[in-house]
Design a protein around this ligand. Structure first.
Ligand code: ADP
Ligand code: MG
Length: 258
C-alpha cells in the first residue's frame, strides 16, 4: 500500500459544468518528495483540497496511510497557496497557532515555535507583525507554521506554490533552503509549483498534470537532480525543454494566449 493513493477518482466542482479529474489513479510513497506541475487551472490545488477534506464530493477512493481523508484528518500539514498569516498576531503567535489545539503547556508551545522560527532563519522577528516582513519572510513564517505541525505526528506536507509571490533571486535562495529543510524530514512532501526548474530541483519525482479533465498523471523521476548545477547537464536541459513544451502545447490546446 502506498502512502497516498487516488484510485479512479472523478471530481468536478458543483458550480462548474465540467469535470476536473476523471478516473484518475496515482500514488505517492512514504518519504517521496513530489513536485506537482501543470497548466494554471488544471486542478493542482484541487488535489490538495481533496486530500485535506475541503472537497468531499468525489467518486472513487482516496486514502492517506490507508485511511480516508476524513479519517486521516490531522495527518497533513498544509501550506495553502495564499499565506494565511493573521495580521494582528505577531510572528511567534502565528507559529504557535496550530499548537494551541494540542495538549501541551504554553511554555512548550512557545519553545517549539521559537525552534521552528530559528530553523527558517527568522530568530529575532518573533515580536514583529506579518506586515513588517517581506514576502519571502512571510512565506518562511508560513513554512514554520507548517513545520511545527510535522513535529506532532503529521506525516504529509502539502505545499501549494509556496514561493509564487517571490522575486526570482529570493526564490532561488528559498529553493536551496527548502531542499535542505525537506531532506531531513520523515515525511511525504507534495509541492505544487509553476516553475519547471523548481520542480526538477526540489522533487525526487515530478507529477505532470495535463488535459481537462486530468485522466492520468505523468510521473518523471528527477531523483538524480540534487543541486542547482545538475540543472545544466544536457539531459536536464532536454527534460526542462520537454516540460516547457508540454506546458505550451497545453496552453495552445486550451486557446489560452497569455
Ligand atoms: N472552490 C471552487 N469552486 C468552483 N470552482 C473552483 C473552485 N476552486 C477552483 N475552481 C476551479 O477549478 C479549476 C481548477 O482549480 P485549481 O485546482 O485551483 O487549479 P490550479 O491549482 O491547477 O491552478 C479552475 O478552473 C478553478 O476556477
Ligand atoms: Mg493552485
Amino acid at each position: 500500500m502506498s502512502f497516498v493513493e487516488f484510485n479512479n477518482v472523478t471530481f468536478g466542482y458543483k458550480e462548474d459544468d465540467y469535470l476536473l479529474l476523471e478516473d484518475l489513479t496515482f500514488s505517492a510513497e512514504k518519504n517521496d518528495i513530489i513536485t506537482v506541475i501543470g497548466a494554471s487551472g488544471c486542478g493542482k490545488s484541487t488535489l490538495f483540497r481533496l486530500m485535506t477534506c475541503l472537497e468531499t464530493e468525489y467518486k472513487g477512493s482516496i486514502t492517506i496511510n490507508g485511511k480516508t481523508p476524513k479519517e486521516a484528518t490531522g495527518t497533513a500539514a498544509f501550506m495553502p497557496q495564499k499565506d494565511l498569516l493573521m495580521p494582528w498576531r505577531n510572528i511567534l503567535k502565528n507559529v504557535t497557532l496550530p499548537l494551541e489545539a494540542l495538549p501541551m503547556s504554553k511554555a512548550e508551545r512557545i519553545s517549539q515555535a521559537k525552534e521552528a522560527i530559528e530553523k527558517v532563519g527568522l530568530s529575532g522577528c518573533e515580536n514583529k507583525r506579518p506586515s513588517e516582513l517581506s514576502g519571502g519572510m512571510r512565506q518562511r513564517v508560513s513554512f514554520a507554521r507548517t513545520l511545527v505541525q510535522l513535529w506532532h505526528g503529521r506525516e504529509l506536507m502539502l505545499l501549494d506554490e509556496p514561493f509564487s509571490a517571490l522575486d526570482s533571486l529570493t526564490r532561488i535562495s528559498m529553493q536551496d533552503w527548502l531542499i535542505g529543510q525537506v531532506k531531513g524530514l520523515d515525511a511525504t512532501v507534495m509541492m505544487v509549483t509553476h516553475d519547471v526548474e523548481e520542480a526538477m530541483l526540489v522533487g525526487n519525482k515530478i507529477f505532470l498534470l495535463s488535459g481537462r479533465p486530468v485522466k492520468q498523471i505523468k510521473v518523471i523521476d528527477v531523483s538524480h537532480i540534487t543541486c542547482r548545477e545538475d540543472l545544466y547537464t544536457p539531459s536536464s536541459v532536454e527534460l526542462k525543454n520537454e516540460l516547457v513544451r508540454a506546458f505550451l502545447t497545453e496552453k495552445a490546446e486550451r486557446g489560452d494566449n497569455i
